[in-house]
Design a protein around this ligand. Structure first.
Ligand code: SAH
Ligand code: SF4
Length: 343
């Protein structure tokens, strides 16, 4: 690639304004171009009809429009869609589009692979390739909107990778999604899910856009969590919960706790009581996810209905608000933890 080129999705609104100022164009051109790209999903400069012919040519000669290339699309029996994308350098990632009664949620990848190697996650089992850029993150979302026609209502950073290990790109993408002159997606419609990167949670507490936070917990004591999620050795539960409490106090936001029930691994009733004690005072929403089978861990199984019921019973007794999630997209390996980037 020629270093003198810019790349459209890598540019923030401010970058566009600087570029147009350099070209002697008025500042509002930045908003016009961003409306085409982010609101109308028009990716060809020649179709941007409120710009002069000369400017369209200048844009096409100087600002690349690099988008993820669709390699494969699969549709689940329940309507969930999975997309395999290829980035400029050949790296491949997946995204998922969920449809809940007309509301659409895009589940986006923030990294190609993941360095954290959680025991139950196929993304982790396949290792880490690299961080995605802000443009590659935005590109997944915009391409899904383009392919499906119309707006997608929510975006969740729950695809491949750990978003808080790629904070600069993820935060920059979120700013553009939220910006009124770009995609104008409300803060309440954007969620980051993290395995518990404490400095990232602290940064989120100070982030100017009040997006939602989900924490993948899966175990409420250090011994078990160290085994399931090695990241816990770096950020053990005491530090993690301190960061969550700080986030809760600073933002006033309630946190969602993700807990996948794995048969006889983390689904004993005593663990539900531990969870209650650990999160005391935090008023979390708990999402109980059915564990999804992955090829690299044939020995792990989903909890039986009986064990799920007992676990739920304990949470109810503790007056913890919880929801039992349904599996989505399992038949096309699009459910939580199953994304492997086409591998
Ligand atoms: N790295 C971030 C973002 C990925 S989100 C994080 O871990 O939070 C993917 C979600 O699916 C996380 O809540 C993760 O814990 C969960 N998950 C991973 N493997 C799973 C599996 N096999 N079954 C169910 N949920 C799983
Ligand atoms: Fe990475 Fe999240 Fe998978 Fe753990 S669960 S390996 S942090 S993507």
């Amino acid at each position: 690639m020629n270093d003198n080129y810019y790349d459209a999705l890598e540019l923030s609104l401010n970058d566009w304004q600087i570029l147009f100022a350099d070209w002697g164009e008025p500042k509002f051109r930045a908003g016009q171009v961003c409306q085409w790209i982010y609101a109308k999903k028009v990716f060809n400069y020649h179709d941007m009809s409120n710009l002069s012919k000369d400017l369209r040519v200048k844009l096409s000669e100087n600002v690349l429009m690099t988008l993820p290339v669709l390699i494969r699309q699969q549709t689940s029996r329940d309507g969930t869609k999975k997309y395999l994308w290829q980035m400029n350098d050949g790296v491949r990632v997946e995204s998922v589009l969920l449809n809940h009664g007309g509301h659409r949620t895009a589940c986006i990848s923030s990294q190609a692979g993941c360095p954290l190697g959680c025991m139950f996650c196929e993304t982790g089992a396949n290792g880490f390739t690299r961080n995605l850029t802000r443009g590659e993150i935005l590109g997944q979302f915009l391409m899904m909107e383009k392919l499906n026609g119309g707006d997608i209502n929510n975006i969740v950073f729950m695809g491949m990778g750990e978003p808080l290990l790629n904070e600069a790109a993820v935060f920059s993408a979120i700013r553009s999604l939220n910006d009124k002159s770009m995609r104008n997606l409300g803060a309440r419609h954007i969620t980051i899910s993290t395995s518990g990167i404490v400095p990232g949670i602290e940064d989120l507490a100070d982030f100017e856009i009040p997006i939602r936070l989900s924490l993948s917990l899966h175990a409420a004591n250090d011994a078990l969590r160290n085994k399931l999620m090695p990241v816990n050795k770096q950020y053990p539960l005491q530090k993690l919960t301190a960061a969550l409490r700080h986030y809760r106090e600073r933002t006033g936001e309630r946190i969602t706790i993700e807990y996948a029930l794995i048969d006889r691994v983390n689904d004993a009733v005593e663990y539900a009581y531990e969870l209650g004690a650990l999160l005391d005072g935090l008023q979390p929403y708990v999402n109980l996810i059915p564990y999804n089978a992955i090829p690299s861990r044939p020995e792990l199984r989903r909890s039986s209905d009986g064990r799920v019921k007992e676990f739920c019973g304990a949470l109810s007794e503790l007056k913890i608000e919880y929801e039992l999630r349904k599996e989505r997209g399992g038949d096309i390996a699009a459910a939580c933890g199953q994304l492997a980037g086409g591998k």
